[in-house]
Design a protein around this ligand. Structure first.
Ligand code: ADP
Length: 634
């Protein structure tokens, strides 16, 4: 009995979009179906090669594309692993995991062009050219076959069917031509052949088609007779089957790599860079790596899995081999094919093989060099890359106790207070004036906020450049780095800035002694909230700020306390309340100290809370704070 089932909600929306939107690149449906067929054959090929109880004949593995013009049918058959009834339901009833997640993220995009353009929609793309799709499949190891059928958005049905050989036949009922769209071409040998050539040439299995040709009729060449021709049909393999990674770089165009990137679903963007590697040496391998442009939406979550496809002599042995990439390059996509890896190796063993380690080491250096080249030769592109993945490089510096700094430090960039754009550490150090001791940085939520920080005043007054740290990881990363080209990093809010105070601005010794008692009293009024109250050397225009004594800065305190493990906010930087003794407010403080201790207490509280606000730290009791301000006003 056939029963109509509904697609999962989001699949339905996507299908609607696909069917109803005018999409210019419909031809990719064939790429998607062939790619699925090829994946399915990879699975059975691998099984047959590694299981000695199975017979294996290479000739059994092929894809056939067949046209039935009269009935407007296009059939794509494969001899792959097939699908059980449950798999038909699971795999084709909902957009495959990868696709559906992206869809969730993009689901506010209104225009179908964008949605379909941004990610491969796999099997579903067949509805761009067909108004009915049937899938007849027999799974490996099963005696039963099933037919899945759907007309699109309204649902699908599954019923038992007859099919002799294991594998899958997908039949598309091609749409009728419309005013603006020619669908007939998807029933033309020539068009299909060129689509296959364009997108699927390197598929390792033969893609066969019955090709019709014309030849002189036998006997028609005898003298005196008119030449006669006859049509004949012959099964041909349409693709060259040479995998792109085995081809010579010179034969390949940028477009070929981009096609490969989409065909493999490495990403829905266009890669910023591809790296094609052929190595013959201690270990021989071919690899094609890509640096994506856009960050996958799950990139900075624990769902994201890094890894490269791993082939052994052209046979896929692992979809995502994580051991080929260090975590800090986890954004790299692509594949590696090596003759020196055994097909039968288990995942556990694979990790430990010398060959794999050598390849991984090699790739790491290649990726680093290519990124450095990009930075040197195409700054704009590099910045786009850095926008997406810079954070990952900084995590890389921080993790493993800073042991990767040699690989990564030249790749770092930060926003510069002087240049008003991203600069590298090398650029910063190169233009440091001779007397400048440190690489100064200021940390905060955003560039706008940092620019207003009072703590930056003194460094700015000396005319020194500052790096602005806006990512949580930044300060932790440079702590791990410690220095760059022998220059230490220094936070503008740390105790000693290593700057000379101009003679005329130094407080006189007498003043300092005088102020000491005032500051002591303020400190005791604030009890354990601050470690000290001091005359500031860094403030110019602002009356107060907080700085930190010791290892932990205030910015680090904020970040650490925002982590779930420290939720009760038990991380504390040693805070120092700095007072600008050249500011009018200081006179008022002194006056209160001499004449009215209650007022001093009020002023101290208000100033401390102001300093907290400037740092973006929460005020314990906002009501009391505002009431105190009112008290001062009236
Ligand atoms: P994706 O290929 O991105 O996973 P698809 O929607 O194209 O998404 O396919 C969904 C799933 O259906 C595949 O992952 C695969 O498990 C299964 N599938 C599709 N086509 C075939 C096929 N020809 N043979 C076997 N399984 C297939």
């Amino acid at each position: 009995m056939t029963r109509k089932k509904q697609f999962k909600a989001e699949s339905k929306r996507l299908l609607d979009l696909m069917i109803n939107s005018i999409y210019t690149n419909r031809e990719i449906f064939l790429r998607e179906l062939i790619s699925n067929a090829s994946d399915a054959m990879d699975k059975s090929y691998y099984k047959a090669l590694t299981d000695e109880s199975l017979t294996f004949d290479k000739r059994d593995y092929y894809i056939k594309v067949a046209i039935d013009k009269e009935n407007r049918l296009l059939k794509i058959s494969d001899t792959g692993i097939g699908m059980t009834k449950e798999e038909l339901d699971d795999n084709l009833g909902v957009i495959a995991k990868s696709g559906s997640l992206s869809f969730k993220q993009e689901n506010e995009v209104k225009d179908g062009h964008d949605i379909i353009g941004q990610f491969g929609v796999g099997f579903y793309s067949s509805f761009m050219v067909a108004d009915n799709v049937t899938v007849i499949s027999k799974a490996f190891g099963s005696d039963e076959a099933y037919k899945w059928e759907s007309k699109g958005a309204e649902g699908y049905s599954i019923e038992p069917w007859e099919k002799e050989a294991v594998g899958t036949d997908i039949t598309l009922k091609i749409k009728e031509n419309t005013e603006d769209e020619d669908f007939d071409k998807y029933l033309e040998e020539y068009t299909l052949k060129s689509i296959i050539k364009k997108y699927s040439d390197f598929i390792r299995y033969p893609i066969k088609m019955d090709i019709t040709g014309r030849r002189p009729k036998e006997g028609s060449e005898e003298e005196g007779t008119e030449k006669e021709y006859e049509e004949y049909t012959e099964e041909q393999t349409v693709n060259s089957m040479v995998p792109i990674w085995r081809k010579n770089k010179n034969e390949l165009k940028l477009e070929d790599y981009e096609n490969f990137y989409s065909e493999k679903h490495y990403g829905f963007d266009k890669p910023i860079k591809h790296i094609h590697i052929s190595v013959d040496g201690a270990v021989s391998y071919n690899a094609i790596l890509f640096i994506p442009e856009k960050m996958p939406f799950d990139f900075y979550t624990k769902e994201y899995e890094k890894g490269l496809e791993l082939y052994s002599s052209g046979v896929l042995i692992m979809n995502k081999c994580p051991d080929l990439l260090p975590d800090y390059f986890s954004f790299v996509k692509g594949m590696v094919d090596s003759e020196d890896l055994s097909l039968n190796i288990s995942r556990e063993m694979l990790q430990h093989t010398r060959q794999l380690k050598l390849i991984a080491k090699n790739l790491k250096t290649k990726i680093k060099n290519e990124l450095e080249n990009l930075l040197k030769n195409d700054r704009e592109k590099y910045e786009v890359f850095y926008q997406s993945f810079g954070k990952q490089l900084k995590y890389g510096i921080y993790s493993d106790y800073g042991s990767n700094k040699e690989v990564l430090q030249e790749l770092l960039m930060f926003y510069s207070s002087k240049e008003k754009k991203m600069v590298t550490l090398n650029e910063y150090v190169e233009r440091m004036p001779e007397e400048q001791k440190y690489i100064y940085y200021a940390a905060g939520d955003s560039i706008e906020r940092i620019e207003k920080l009072p703590q930056t005043e003194l460094v700015a007054d000396h005319g020194y450049e500052m790096l602005y740290f806006t990512d949580d990881v930044d300060e932790f990363a440079v702590r791990m780095l410690m220095n760059y080209k022998e220059k230490e990093f220094k936070s503008v809010s740390s105790g000693d800035l290593g700057l000379e105070t101009k003679e005329e601005e130094k407080p006189s010794e007498l003043d300092e002694k005088d102020n000491k008692e005032l500051f002591e009293l303020m400190k005791s009024l604030l009890s354990d909230k601050v470690k000290d109250v001091r005359a500031s050397k860094r403030l110019k225009k602002h009356p107060v700020c907080l700085s930190s004594d010791g290892e932990l800065t205030i910015e680090m305190e904020k970040i650490l306390n925002s982590m779930p493990i420290n939720e009760n906010g038990n991380i504390k930087a040693d805070k120092v309340l700095e007072i600008n003794t050249n500011h009018a407010v200081f006179k008022a403080l002194k006056e209160a100290y001499e004449n009215d201790k209650d007022k001093l207490s009020l002023y101290t509280d208000v100033l401390y809370n102001q300093a907290l606000l400037i740092e973006g730290l929460p005020i314990k009791d906002p009501v009391e704070f505002t009431n105190n301000i009112c008290k001062i006003m009236v």
